[in-house]
Design a binder for this molecule. Structure first.
Ligand code: KDG
Length: 312
């Protein structure tokens, strides 16, 4: 693997997206796309001009090879993606109904559930500035959990910043397991990017204090349409969400994380990186699917300048 700024590890799934306005159980036409929290962040960062690698396992099947081609086409380094002959690429089916999105997972026994620490790029952290992980990968299997943990420990050992987003999906594990996963990984994170809904799901009332208590020097609280805040160096900054017509909110948190990490990597000030993150998230919620709306810097800046949002 060539030197990259960011390494992410996780499961990328083929996605069947039901035709607009039709519930999943009734749809007969679907768009085939792909998504996965860490892959969404990887593509988001690549489109914003960063070098990023994604480590995973995909099925050695048509879907796996297709996703691999798409990621490679985005400029994501996929040298550390293994193709597994024995297990399939995971599949997610969902709709985009404004009244509540239905999701169906077909990922039990997927190639990514067989991730082990041996799948980590042996030299992958050398030169990287950030390891970005989420709780989703830790929740799909015990060996995937061990992989994410090993990656975080290795990153810390060589001084690579660990960025962690719990991304709690109650369909993948019970509340107690999520509490354990979130505690375990938050205590290894330098940067905690946490959704207000995720914090609520594990009974955390003050996510900023909670994150700092576990050792994160920076805590970014994402509160969807209510905006976001960052706490670092004893200061707190706030950013309202940028208002756009919401077409499909899925992937907004990952887009926000990519936008924020891009600002952090470029050394921009907290209020500016929160604003950039809000703009990247706005681009994604205004578009169907997790990945298509991820902007390049010119598009991000257009949304940012066009918004009336003011960093406070
Ligand atoms: O953050 C969006 C992701 O949740 C979605 O794209 C798929 O990673 C995914 C999951 O496990 O739900």
């Amino acid at each position: 693997m060539t030197d990259v700024e960011v390494l992410t590890i996780g499961e990328v799934l083929s996605v069947l997206l039901a035709e607009p306005g039709v519930p999943l159980g009734e749809a007969s036409r679907f768009d085939l796309t792909y998504a996965g929290a860490e892959a969404n962040v990887a593509v988001g960062l690549a489109r914003l001009g960063h070098t990023v690698a994604f480590a995973s396992r995909l099925g050695d099947d048509d879907q796996g090879r297709r996703v691999l081609r798409e990621l490679r086409g985005e400029g994501v380094d996929v040298d550390a993606v293994a193709l597994d002959r024995a297990r399939p690429t995971g599949l997610l089916l969902r709709d985009t109904l404004p009244t509540g999105i239905s999701v169906g997972y077909r990922r039990a026994g997927s190639a990514a559930t067989a991730l082990t620490p041996d799948d980590l790029p042996s030299d992958g952290l050398r030169g990287a500035r950030v390891l970005h992980i989420t709780g989703i990968t830790a929740a799909i299997s015990s060996s995937a959990r061990a992989t994410v943990l090993a990656a975080a420990h290795r990153a810390r050992a060589v001084g690579v910043t660990v960025s962690f987003d719990p991304n709690i999906r109650m369909r993948l594990a019970d509340a107690e397991t999520w509490r354990e996963i979130t505690e375990e990984l938050a205590s290894l994170a330098d940067v905690l990017l946490i959704g207000a809904d995720d914090a609520a799901a594990i009974g955390v009332a003050d996510p900023i204090a909670w994150g700092h208590e576990r050792g994160a020097s920076t805590v970014v609280l994402k509160d969807g349409g209510r905006g976001a805040s960052e706490s670092s160096g004893g200061q707190v900054w706030q950013q309202p969400a940028i208002r756009v017509p919401v077409v499909d909110p899925v992937g907004a948190g990952d887009a926000f994380a990519a936008g924020w990490l891009s600002g952090w990597l470029r050394g921009v000030e907290p209020e500016r990186r929160l604003l950039e993150a809000a703009a990247v998230a706005a681009c994604v919620v205004a578009t169907r699917g997790d990945v298509p709306g991820l902007p390049d810097p010119a598009r991000r800046d257009k949304v940012l300048v066009g918004s009336e949002a003011v960093a406070r």
